[in-house]
Write a protein that binds this ligand. Structure first.
Ligand code: NAD
Length: 487
């Protein structure tokens, strides 16, 4: 059962001693007890699910306050639903996944029994990013607890109200030696990443990912890095431009582009640019007719991110880009309430900052390509993206694109949706990250998969016996058999 305690949670910015104390308390608690049973893990998931649903509207409000304004539907759809869905998915599958996996035994050891035994790792650290402050802390927590671990969470300081509410909510259902939330800024985050966790999951930029990996390496702590990058949306000439524009723009302007798997830029055939642009402008104006007043449009998380967007657009304009912003009187956006209008950019080149760094905001550069091969070449000349989107109904061309490009994941004929499929691993590759979670991949990431061989008595007494000195004719025969010429 879950203990209901009012526990000494670390509030405000945590000192190094406090953090180490909580860590040691968790480590001791983990090592002094039996591994959590299936029933205990299900209890934990149930408690988490009940708490999330109980605090549903408080969480939505906290996220909206952190953003200055965010459409409640976006918080419910893109933060709460995936966590709730992951809990339900884990509950449906956990019993089966927790069982030792029987695997085949090779000829030379047959009929010994071989299996993979899953064990919790211990204390797992979770460092979340601000853009989906609930999803990026609680979805990993679901996987970490399902695998039987204890967890320390460091939410982002850029979404402080949500972080505090998560802390209070978890303190109400879990004792601190099981789940703890650490609050604080970059200094606390840096200290947190230096704790000797049994596994550390970090979500954030590639720049900070390197620092986290360096700190973790001092303790040989394995890391899962969920980073970002420039995810392309490539449209084949045979695909209806209006449909592609609708799907790409909708995905781009969700959460005002502050989504790690948002399409960073679009690539369309040269001859279809005008068609795509017209459709993109029309659909965005229809979905978000006046971004300054519609309740459906989210703000930039803080002033520095608003300023960064304005600087990116200005840099592109100065270098010859055409800028199209959606909404009346929103030519430059609104600094006070951090509304940055949906922005489409054409005439783009690689000298512009929008093509050099991850945009992470509501600005969509639209590139053109002369042939699909040049588009593939362009994508492959850049760092591996977190996601790739390809619009085409030809299965053979889809396969060709998937084989020729490397990305963390992909959605075909739409954007972002692969992230919501619990049966798929979610993670980056190369500069966009390492390791994966969600569903079975999450359970495996946060478990030690111990290979176990139960030696058969007959094998011990026959073949294995002759593989030790003093070597005999039988040893040579067995070695000849093992190294026999065969295909
Ligand atoms: P960030 O890397 O700038 O900051 C992340 C966190 O790192 C901050 O909360 C900060 O406290 C902490 N930090 C700063 N310095 C540190 C240090 N020296 N050691 C340890 N921690 C330190 O990223 P961000 O602005 O929070 O998020 C944006 C980035 O995250 C984008 O690149 C986006 O693509 C990526 N992202 C990825 C995913 C994913 O699932 N792959 C999800 C969301 C966001």
């Amino acid at each position: 059962m879950i203990n209901q305690t009012s526990s000494p949670y670390v509030a405000g910015s945590s000192s190094s001693e406090e953090m180490r104390r909580v860590f040691q308390m968790q480590r001791d608690a983990f090592s002094q007890r039996q591994p959590r049973s299936y029933a205990e893990r299900i209890d934990a998931l149930d408690a988490l699910l009940a708490a999330i649903l109980h605090h549903k509207m408080d969480l939505v409000e906290a996220m909206s306050e952190d953003y200055g304004h965010r459409a409640p539907q976006e918080s419910l759809l893109m933060e709460m639903f995936p966590v709730v869905d992951e809990i339900r998915y884990m509950k449906r599958n956990l019993k089966r996944w927790m069982r030792p996996e029987r695997v085949r035994t090779t000829l030379q050891l047959w009929p010994s029994r071989t299996s993979v035994f899953k064990q919790p790792l211990g204390v797992v650290g979770i460092m979340g990013a601000w853009n989906y402050p609930l999803y990026l802390t609680l979805l990993p927590l679901v996987d970490v607890l399902s695998a039987g671990n204890h967890a320390m969470i460091k939410p982002s300081e850029l979404a402080p109200r949500t972080a505090e509410l998560i802390q209070q909510m978890l303190a109400g259902i879990f004792p601190p030696e099981y789940v703890s939330v650490i609050l604080g800024g970059t200094e606390a985050a840096s200290l947190f990443s230096s704790l000797p966790f049994d596994h550390l999951l970090f979500t954030g930029s590639s720049r900070v990912g390197k620092l986290v990996m360096r700190a973790a390496s001092e303790n040989l702590t394995p890391v899962t890095l969920e980073l970002g990058g420039k995810s392309p949306a490539l449209v084949h000439e045979s695909f209806p431009m209006s449909l592609a524009a609708d799907r790409i723009c909708s995905a781009k302007f969700w959460n005002a582009g502050q989504t790690c798997v948002a399409p960073d830029y679009a690539m369309v055939p040269e001859a279809r640019l005008d068609e795509f642009l017209d459709a993109a402008r029309a659909v965005t104006a229809r979905r978000l007719p006046n971004p300054a007043t519609t309740p459906d449009y989210t703000r930039m998380i803080d002033r520095s991110h608003w300023d960064r967007m304005a600087a990116l657009v200005e840099d592109a304009r100065c270098k010859g880009a055409q800028i199209y912003q959606i909404g009346a009187a929103t030519e430059t956006g609104n600094t006070e309430d951090r509304m940055f209008p949906p922005t489409l950019v054409t005439n783009v080149n690689d000298r512009m900052r929008i093509m050099q760094e991850e945009i992470f905001g509501p600005v969509l550069p639209i590139l053109t390509y002369p042939s699909i091969d040049t588009a593939i070449q362009y994508i492959n000349q850049h760092a591996h993206p977190l996601a790739l989107y390809y619009f085409d109904h030809s299965r053979s061309r889809v396969r060709h694109i998937l084989e020729r490009t490397t990305s963390g994941g992909a959605t075909i004929n739409d954007c972002i949706f692969h992230l919501s499929e619990s049966n798929l691993p979610f993670g980056g590759v190369g500069a966009s990250g390492m390791g994966a979670y969600h569903g079975l991949d999450g359970l495996n990431t946060f478990s030690h998969r111990k290979g176990v061989l139960a030696m058969d008595r007959a094998v011990s007494w026959s073949m294995a016996r002759f593989l030790k000195p003093p070597y005999t004719r039988w040893s040579d025969r067995i070695l000849r058999f093992l190294l026999r010429p065969s295909s």
